[in-house]
Write a protein that binds this ligand. Structure first.
Ligand code: ADP
Ligand code: 5GP
Length: 206
């Protein structure tokens, strides 16, 4: 896969607010596309197949994985999740800036495939606030909340492997932070050169 568009991964323990943050970013920035992952998790109330996720059974997921259909995949909280290789390749080859909302294991796999990826880790202000948010979201039962809180501790230790960290305390500030990261990424030499080759022509010729 050749890389042209800017690729961003956003990672956080469940409940830290990454979906909310990415949603805020996408509202502001029409130039970004969000990857719709494949998952074996059951849809939550209000989720639609093909919008939040492509919901598939374990057998279909495994077939797709064996066929090399995922650029990354991971088991998270007992379910499988993966990013379509074909979809991502098509976006990047067309120069589209793309966001992946994936867990830390997937983000590290993406970095292997795309060393220029912009990796962001979102932290909650505290574990107590993370618990409040998981409960407040009202989408998971107590057992799932307990499992996610337990996992959060281990997941947050991986923040150091990411290029950027956002502490999602005050939501508008956190969205500003994420937008600033995207803006800076688009100003990298390679991105500017790809978007505006004619600007570079006059001093790179001869
Ligand atoms: P994630 O995608 O990381 O699992 P969500 O985006 O679903 O998390 O957010 C979890 C809950 O926390 C949601 O109810 C969301 O509205 C709330 N939330 C997100 N960011 C903030 C914030 N900065 N302050 C207060 N609540 C927030
Ligand atoms: P949820 O079930 O709450 O939507 O997501 C649970 C976790 O799976 C989150 O950490 C989310 O980022 C992660 N996730 C969602 N899609 C993918 C994916 O395609 N790949 C990987 N590795 N993780 C994903």
């Amino acid at each position: 896969m050749g890389m042209s568009g800017t690729l961003l991964t956003v990672t956080a323990p469940s409940g830290a607010g990454k979906t909310t943050l990415v949603h805020g970013l996408l509202l502001r920035d029409q130039g970004l596309r969000l990857s719709v992952s494949y998952t074996t998790r059951a849809p939550r109330e209000g989720e639609e197949n093909g919008r939040e996720y492509h919901f598939v059974d374990v057998e279909s997921f495994q077939k797709m994985r064996e066929a090399g259909g995922f650029v990354e995949w991971a088991e998270v909280h007992g379910n499988y999740y993966g990013t379509s290789r074909a979809w991502l390749a098509a976006q990047l080859e067309q120069g589209r800036d793309t966001v992946l909302e994936i867990d830390w294991q997937g983000a590290l796999q993406v970095r292997e495939a795309f060393p220029d990826v912009v990796s962001v880790f979102v932290l909650p202000p505290s574990l107590a606030e993370l618990e409040n948010r998981l409960r407040g979201r009202g989408t998971d039962n107590e057992e799932i909340i307990a499992r996610r809180l337990h996992a959060a501790h281990g997941e947050m230790r991986h923040a150091r492997e990411f290029a950027y960290v956002i502490i999602n305390e005050h939501l508008p500030t956190a969205v500003d932070d994420l937008a600033a990261i995207v803006r800076a990424a688009r100003l990298r030499y390679a991105s500017q050169h790809m978007r505006y080759p004619h600007y570079f022509a006059f001093f790179t010729q001869d």
